[in-house]
Ligand binder design. Structure first.
Ligand SMILES: Cc1cc2nc3c(=O)[nH]c(=O)nc-3n(C[C@H](O)[C@H](O)[C@H](O)COP(=O)(O)OP(=O)(O)OC[C@H]3O[C@@H](n4cnc5c(N)ncnc54)[C@H](O)[C@@H]3O)c2cc1C
Length: 425
């Protein structure tokens, strides 16, 4: 049987970082990737005439692991145009203003809902340090927002802002997740917004992914879905593709939370890994790219969490066209590849936009991700976080989904890959 020092399941960012580091240590590494491309939930693709990020997009200098990669490979970031107009809803009535008006509208709600963040999470790198964290983890973000008694337009705008961040219905998302995002940004909701939604890589995430993959020269095999893993005290045998097998001293598994429970492993994985997989993430939403006829002024809009698109804003602006990006809480409410449905969603705010083309990807229905970016359901973090990270014999686990600091982000994927490498070493 073929042998390797380490087999890595998945060539997303967690797997690629692990492969790079282990290759630099002189290990013989084989990466098995089910898709015909690397990058996993990051995917720069030429669509609508632009290099669009179909998955992970925004990164920031407050994300320590991501920024180390930016420095290492000499990458650069850029941003979309600053909004000159904003739209929001007071009931069914559309309100208009400038960016300051919209940010001012959500400021009080944001500050109040997040005010105990630093009490519960003084150290983002040690997220389980404070006792009794279940108290906030067991609550949904909706529970916490409902207590604020916000006016109707404040409520719509705050909920929409959180749908933009959480990509799921807020009653299914843990309140603690909101605090984890915010403590990673030193407790400031303004910084948290900037860190998670403004700056993107000038050469696309493709530039980062390709740089990591090239560095170290691990053997990356595409179209190689792993079928099952049998492990013992000395190593593991990984079956993949059409009847192929490889034996390794260590295996690093990088499957997303929603998938890992479906991978046959013998002896089986502990319940702390399979139970959250069966429960699924709270995030279950959609990201849309929308090309509209120009010229338009760059704009930013919040509707409500019930609308198919809760947030829309201008990301690319040219003289004759603009490309908008939008987010909704529930991927089943809208087909983002259907221009008619997307036009109807935009008419929530304005009927003067002519939609030329739309695109997106159904990550929930993608057999190799089955989720967008991780937001946990109430209770999942305190119950499962330690188990999700824990090695089982010669099996190790890396995923942006169970990072300590920026879980659910590119940064978290890098952090988790480095942690798994340290264990193997
Ligand atoms: C729409 C969207 C928007 C996002 N926006 C942002 C953002 O703006 N900023 C940010 O930082 N993050 C964002 N994210 C999250 C970020 O992309 C992920 O957290 C990160 O890329 C996860 O990396 P990973 O390596 O942990 O997992 P993945 O990228 O999911 O990698 C796992 C790999 O395993 C492969 N695989 C699955 N099953 C098998 C199998 N049986 N055998 C072999 N291989 C298998 C998959 O194909 C995949 O390549 C976004 C994600 C999505 C989907």
């Amino acid at each position: 049987m073929e042998t390797a020092d380490v087999v890595i399941v998945g060539a997303g960012i967690a797997g690629l970082v692990a492969a790079r580091e282990l290759s630099h240590q002189g290990r013989n590494v084989v990466v098995l990737e089910a898709r015909d491309r690397i990058g996993g939930r990051t995917w720069t693709d030429r669509r609508l005439g632009y290099d669009l990020e179909i998955g992970g997009t925004w990164i920031h200098w407050t994300q320590p692991h991501s920024w180390a990669e930016v420095t290492r490979y000499g990458l650069d970031v850029t941003r979309g145009p600053v909004a000159e107009e904003t739209y929001w809803l007071a009931g069914d009535e559309v309100r208009r203003g400038g960016l300051e008006d919209l940010m001012g509208l959500i400021d009080s709600g944001m500050r109040r809902v997040l005010e105990s963040t630093r009490t519960w999470l003084p150290r983002p790198d040690q997220p389980l340090a404070v006792e009794g964290l279940e108290e906030v983890d067991n609550r949904s973000l909706q529970d916490a927002l409902d207590e604020l008694d916000l006016s109707v337009d404040e409520r719509n705008a705050n909920e929409s802002a959180w749908v933009g961040h959480f990509n799921g219905p807020l009653d299914q998302c843990s309140f603690l997740s909101a605090m984890r995002w915010t403590t990673a940004a030193a407790g400031s909701w303004h910084l948290m917004h900037e860190a998670t939604a403004i700056y993107r890589l000038a050469g696309g995430t493709r530039g980062l992914v390709d740089a990591i993959a090239r560095d170290g020269g691990a053997d990356i095999r595409l179209d190689s879905p792993v079928r099952n893993i049998a492990h013992d005290a000395d190593g593991a045998t990984v079956s993949y593709g059409e009847g192929k097998e490889i034996r390794a001293e260590h295996v690093i598994v990088t499957l997303p939370q929603n998938m890992i429970g479906q991978l046959p492993v013998d002896p089986p994985l502990e319940e702390g890994k399979t139970a959250p997989s069966a429960e699924k993430t709270g995030s279950q939403g959609v990201k849309a790219w929308i090309k509209v006829k120009g010229p338009i002024k760059p704009f930013f809009a919040y509707s409500s969490q019930q609308h198919p698109l809760s947030v829309v804003r201008t990301e690319y602006l040219d003289d004759d066209v603009a490309v908008l990006v939008g987010f909704g809480a529930d991927g089943s409410r809208i087909d983002v590849n259907d221009a008619e449905q997307v036009s109807a969603a935009l008419r929530t705010w304005r009927d003067d936009l002519e939609v030329l083309e739309t695109t997106g990807h159904d990550w929930m229905d993608d057999e190799f991700s089955q989720e967008t970016w991780l937001i946990q359901r109430p209770g999942q973090f305190t119950k499962y976080h330690a188990a999700q990270q824990r090695a089982e014999g010669r099996l190790h686990f890396a995923s942006g989904d169970h990072a300590n600091i920026w879980a659910g982000f590119i940064d978290g994927a890098i952090e988790s890959g480095l942690r798994a490498v340290r264990e193997v070493s």
